[in-house]
Design a binder for this molecule. Structure first.
Ligand SMILES: [Mn+2]
Length: 338
């Protein structure tokens, strides 16, 4: 971490601290900000977590989750907290454009800013702990508390927050960057009281009925194209509306297409419930680049293995168009090693 000693000095007397996760906060964003909130309160600081918008139901159980100030609902309060902060923590994101309007307030503030994050190419802040090898910001928060010499201050609440972010960002400790130190830290967190079964259940077993119904409709139309190792699926507006769709309900559906042996490309087409276009999510394995695919054909982009896009054609035409693109990728697709 840059300027660590200066930060430690800064934290040696009580401060007003704003702690920010990114927009559409996930388990790692909420876990890391709440862990830091509990930890800094124990150091006698006055803390607030300010999120740009609301976070999913499966994270609402987390200790002090109800104290998070959501800028979408409490803009004035969010603004005031950032305005009055002596220190601003930026966790699990690396550029102020990821927090919408809150970004203006952060830029306006003269308070020193502390970044702890594992995303590529961060902006420059006063204090930075940036490491793209880390599987989760929560793991970095643990390391930060350790470097502060305060591991003994990690209680059950802090441990459950850190554990949640590590679990969700590693896909349940399965992704490649899950390391030996990830597991060593998890072992220590369990010693501090993490209830592994409960956290797992809170996170995984709080899906809405709508989500499961929509999943069943989606899997029902899942189509396989073996010669292109490609699967696709779709959801129509009336299905979404008739089943009480809420934002986030279709998160992760696209991954089912990659759970089939030998398949490396999966796409879901979802009609927007308000506007006349189709949202597209694309996932791949190996070196088949869906970022490039989406940029070229669907006005989108993202990462090599996960991208988004859109189509202004209707569903039938969009799917026809998608299928018509596949032959030109056949060579690339058959060569992908997994
Ligand atoms: Mn993260």
């Amino acid at each position: 971490m840059t300027n660590f000693d200066a930060l430690k000095e800064l934290l040696s007397s009580p401060k007003k601290i704003a702690i920010l996760p990114h927009k559409n906060p996930d388990g790692d964003a909420i876990g890391s900000t709440l862990a830091m909130y509990h930890y800094l309160q124990k150091l006698n600081h006055t803390c607030n977590v300010v999120a740009p918008n609301d976070f999913p139901k499966f994270l609402k159980w987390m200790p002090a989750a109800k104290d998070i100030v959501i800028a979408d609902y409490q803009a004035k309060r969010a603004e005031a907290i950032i305005h009055q902060a002596d220190i601003i923590f930026i966790l699990d994101f690396n550029t102020v454009t990821r927090i919408d309007e809150l970004g203006h307030w952060v830029e306006k503030s003269h308070a020193p800013k502390v970044l702890i994050d594992h995303h590529r190419e961060p902006d420059t802040f006063d204090f930075m702990y940036s490491d793209i090898e880390m599987p989760a910001t929560c793991q970095m928060v643990y390391n930060f508390i350790e470097k502060m010499g305060n591991l003994e201050m990690i209680d059950k609440d802090i441990a459950q927050c850190i554990y949640t972010g590590m679990m969700t960002d590693t896909g349940g400790f399965r992704f490649r960057n899950t390391s030996a130190s990830t597991h060593r830290i998890v072992a220590n967190l369990i010693d501090k009281g993490v209830e592994v079964d409960k956290v797992t259940s809170y996170v995984n077993d709080s899906q809405s009925e709508a989500r499961l119904k929509l999943l069943s409709l989606t899997l029902n139309n899942l189509t396989f194209i073996p010669e292109y190792r490609t699967a696709f699926m779709f959801l129509k507006r009336e299905d979404l509306l008739q089943n009480g769709f809420q934002k986030g309900d279709t998160e992760g559906f696209v991954n089912y297409g990659l759970s089939v042996e030998n398949y490396i490309f999966s796409v879901i087409f979802i009609e927007d419930t308000v506007h006349n276009f189709i949202k597209i999510s694309l996932r791949s394995k190996g070196d088949f680049d869906v970022n490039e695919f989406s940029r070229k054909h669907f006005n989108g982009g993202g990462h090599m293995n996960a991208a988004g896009g859109r189509s202004d054609l209707d569903m039938e035409k969009t799917i026809e168009y998608f299928k018509s693109l596949l032959p030109q990728y056949q060579d690339k697709i058959v060569k992908v090693e997994i």
